[in-house]
Design a protein around this ligand. Sequence first.
Ligand code: NAP
Length: 370
Amino acid sequence: MDRRRFVTTLAAGLGMAAFPTLTSARKTARPLTLLILGGTGFLGPHTVEYALSRGHEITLFNRGKTNLGLFPELETIIGDRDPDMNRGLEGLMGRQWDAVIDNSGYVPRMVSASARLLAGNVRQYLFVSTICQYDNWMEGEPLGTEGRPRAVLADPATEDVSQHYCALKAYCERAVDDAVGPRATHVRPGLIVGPLDRSDRYTYWPVRMARGGEVLAPGHPQDRTQYIDVRDLAQFLVHCAERGLTGPYNAVSMPRPWGEFLETTRDAVNPEAKLTWVPADFLAEHDVQAWRDVHLWADRDSPAAGSLSWSSQKAMKAGLTIRPAAETARDTLAWFETLSPDRQSELRAGMGADKESAVLTAWHRQTGEP
Ligand SMILES: NC(=O)c1ccc[n+]([C@@H]2O[C@H](COP(=O)([O-])OP(=O)(O)OC[C@H]3O[C@@H](n4cnc5c(N)ncnc54)[C@H](OP(=O)(O)O)[C@@H]3O)[C@@H](O)[C@H]2O)c1
């Protein structure tokens, strides 16, 4: 998708006021030069749009494969995070920026290569990490803070991102620290949601509510959830660069009641939809699992509850703002409805309609309620 279409689609789907692009955000007094490693997938485009609206000058670095032509007016340095690949990091040599935002670091060897190369040429290195880089991240005490230890790998030389995504992010953070020391910022998002998200993990909920009828609401209304709207995250990254904020920051909403989240999402897109609460033990008996069939939810008595109960107080004090859940729901649905009918026909995450219906039927049979 080219940038004109990207912006037009978002503007049409969201209303310009909902997308802080060119018109709504105020320009900063001190424009920065920013390098974004990546920039054309999901978080990247939102970061670019917000940074441009603040008056910053952006350079992108990527392979030129994802959404080629999205930002034709920006300088894009074509290369590869892997220094052993064709062209590698060559294009970054001898250049200077105020800050780099590293969106695409997954392998410590590659992150180390870019951080070392850029150490003398940027004032600040912002690494987009993840909340799951903590040791035992699912099982920690509720409201865990940035002081919790990072994950450790039995084999720190592994580059198997599909198996060790979370712990490898911890080693990527260490690689940035080794290269730039106190000039590192580690932003640790929880589940990132909103327009352009290809995963549908969150998108399932507004889309399912919009479809209407009886909606299976898993667990209990007092279970907890948390996530971050991609636009709030993009703004926080740029804010950290503008203020020179360094150190680690959890970047999520504070944990909020699951029932309130589902009701707000429903009311934002289709108040007619009817929620039927089905308890966690019944779901387990019917092979419905958190993080596989249902996203953003975990039974509050299960170990996985820790994955959705981190504290973001530090980031909020530093300037992270969280938009209303209803706005995220409406904007995500509006964006989803701009996609091709094929893409809309089958969600990539969440319970399929047949499974949802079978579990609801079994639940009604057991409870005797219609
Ligand atoms: N999604 C979530 O819920 C979630 C949660 C927590 C943290 N995170 C983190 O958030 C970040 C956001 O990712 P995003 O995909 O939205 O970022 P993005 O910057 O929008 O897109 C990824 C970019 O990386 C570039 N890229 C990929 N492989 C590359 C390579 N080998 N060399 C150079 N460039 C490369 C891609 O372009 P080319 O393909 O053209 O190279 C693309 O521009 C990630 O670090 C992820 O770990 C995500």
